[in-house]
Write a protein that binds this ligand. Structure first.
Ligand SMILES: O=C(O)c1cc(=O)[nH]c(=O)n1[C@@H]1O[C@H](COP(=O)(O)O)[C@@H](O)[C@H]1O
Length: 272
């Protein structure tokens, strides 16, 4: 099944627009896991098992693994996801962007090595830096449009031909670039007005929306701004608020993560 169809099925199957971000930070792990050599795998598997029926996607962020030389653990976690939860889209958050020949290697990494259904990409090197990913039929390309951080405004808000640059990116991706029908965009929950602008430009194209939870984005404003006519269209992503839901990071971390994921999914559904 291609990325977009899998996403639509997960939205419906789990009645959820919540994407669970996997950003494993050893320093915030529960004490009983910290010394284990397989701490990252054990932590992520427990979070996955505790939230899989509440999520429309899982999104591992590659930097948290690569910084520790833990790519083998990321491979194991991705294999676990594909084996046990093949109906839930696996998004590799890598924000890649490079010339075509190099892009092809990044695409092999995302789709072949990790088996991701989709990968996050930067648009700023243009279409020939995104096109190589489209050789993997049915896999998704999720392209940065209006990011959740304040500094995103430095470039994305620049006025180009009377419109902010992020709106050009939205229009370009939704029309010319989406030749395989597997593209999506990233718009931060911290900018609901811009999310509404993007929704108006891109029709029903899916949008990955990070920025609720730890970054303080408002759920009601996000859902109201970003939902499609069918009350879907978004992967609203939260990492730290779910992963580290217990202040003291106790042995009950997975149950606490489930509690927060459930509350978040339900808070999102209230406004669909
Ligand atoms: O592409 C992303 O996922 C992303 C885009 C963006 O604009 N802002 C953003 O925070 N992210 C990622 O989403 C996650 C947000 O984590 P939390 O703030 O802990 O929920 C991190 O892994 C970020 O790298």
């Amino acid at each position: 099944m291609n990325f977009i169809n899998k996403l639509c099925a997960a939205w419906a199957g789990n009645n959820s627009l919540l994407c669970v971000g996997l950003d494993p930070d050893l320093a915030r792990f529960p004490a009983h896991l910290q010394q284990r050599p397989d701490a990252i795998v054990a932590f992520c598997k427990a979070i996955i098992d505790a939230t899989a029926d509440l999520a429309c996607a899982f999104k591992p962020q590659i930097a948290y693994f690569a910084a520790l030389g833990a790519e083998a653990q990321l491979e194991e976690i991705c294999a676990y996801l594909r084996q046990h939860y093949p109906h839930i889209p696996l998004i590799l958050d890598a924000k890649r962007g490079d010339i075509g020949a190099t892009a092809k290697q990044y695409a092999r990494e995302a789709y072949d090595r990790y088996g991701a259904d989709a990968v996050t990409l930067s648009p700023y090197m243009g279409f020939d830096s995104v096109e190589p990913y489209m050789e993997w039929s049915g896999r998704g390309q999720i392209i940065l449009c209006r990011t959740s951080n304040a500094g995103g405004s430095d470039l994305q808000f620049l006025n180009v031909d009377g419109k902010p640059l992020y709106q050009h990116v939205a229009a370009l991706v939704a029309n010319k670039w989406n030749s395989n029908g597997q593209c999506a965009l990233v718009v931060g929950a911290t900018f609901p007005e811009e999310l509404a602008q993007v929704r108006a430009i891109v029709g029903d194209m899916p949008v990955l929306v990070p920025g609720i939870g730890a970054q303080g984005g408002d759920i009601e404003a996000t859902v109201t701004a970003g939902k499609t006519g069918a009350g879907a269209g978004m992967m609203i992503s939260s990492s730290r608020a779910i992963l580290y839901a217990t202040p003291a990071a106790g042995e009950d971390f997975a149950a606490a993560a489930r509690r927060v994921a459930l509350e978040t999914r339900d808070a999102i559904n209230l406004h669909r």
